[in-house]
Write a protein that binds this ligand. Structure first.
Ligand SMILES: Nc1ncnc2c1ncn2[C@@H]1O[C@H](COP(=O)(O)OP(=O)(O)OP(=O)(O)O)[C@@H](O)[C@H]1O
Ligand SMILES: [Mg+2]
Length: 235
């Protein structure tokens, strides 16, 4: 389990997260929902070690990693695909993906690279292209592929479908579900709440830095707060 317990964190000034607790199990898609500015990305950064905590702790399969930085957490099985993707625009698609293999010996990288291309065959013909020349959806696949090079046991996807055409949104969410079937624990932050919950196993809603609701994806999808605020009151 990837577990954040009582996370308190922020930037300058007042805390943004007020004792957020969240746990992601291997083999599940856990949806983290909430309005803009609620603290979803901040939670993701705390779990991945990209932001220090003022309180609480993080464990990966029962190992306390609260003091460990982001690199150490990647080695221990947690990878984050951040909202902004952070690709190297002038480098090729191949080089961007390969960069994610730094945790592994050189001899293991080709097999991981092949698995990334099996997952995203659309990238095969783009390997020599510069990352910045790709569409948003293709870039997101590169960002996810790079994270997969480390063979994560837990993968945090922060708004993977932001700004993408619907065809890519479906492709990326389908791959998230497939990764969960392969025993990866997925923390999925998504604005496409209906689509996310349709592939999710469990979910939580954060509001102003607090978890206000959590349960199975079905329970959360049926909750009036979620129906009214995130599903357009349509259910
Ligand atoms: N680097 C930063 N410096 C200062 N404040 C920040 C920084 N990043 C986020 N914040 C603030 O922290 C709060 C939570 O932001 P966060 O990015 O976690 O929200 P979010 O739920 O991911 O929102 P969104 O849906 O817009 O991505 C917001 O008030 C935001 O303005
Ligand atoms: Mg965010």
């Amino acid at each position: 389990m990837l577990c954040g317990k009582g996370l308190v964190a922020g930037y300058l000034g007042a805390p943004v997260l007020h004792e957020v607790s969240i746990d992601v199990r291997r083999g599940e898609v856990f949806c983290l929902l909430g309005a803009n500015g609620a603290g979803k990305s901040t939670t993701a950064k705390c779990l991945a070690g990209a932001l220090g905590l003022r309180g609480g702790r993080v464990t990966i399969d029962d190992v306390d990693v609260t003091a460990a930085g982001a690199h150490e957490r990647v080695r221990r099985g947690v990878s984050l695909v951040p909202e902004a993707r952070h690709l190297f625009g002038r480098s090729t698609v191949r080089d961007n993906i390969m960069l994610g293999g730094w945790t592994k010996s050189r001899s293991h990288r080709p097999a991981s690279f092949e698995r990334v291309l099996e997952m995203f065959p659309q990238l095969k013909r783009l390997l020599k292209s510069r990352a910045r020349d790709l569409s948003g959806g293709e870039q997101q696949m590169v960002a996810i592929g790079r994270a997969l090079m480390a063979d994560p046991r837990y993968l945090i996807l922060d708004e993977p479908s932001l700004g993408l055409a619907p065809i890519y949104v479906d492709a990326i969410l389908r791959q998230a579900a497939e990764l969960a079937r392969q025993r990866v624990g997925i923390l999925l932050i998504e604005q496409n709440v209906g689509k996310a919950l349709s592939i999710g196993h469990r979910a939580a809603v954060v509001e102003t830095g607090r978890v206000v609701l959590s349960g199975t994806a079905e329970e959360v999808a049926a909750n009036p707060l979620v129906v009214d605020s995130y599903l357009g009151g349509a259910a």
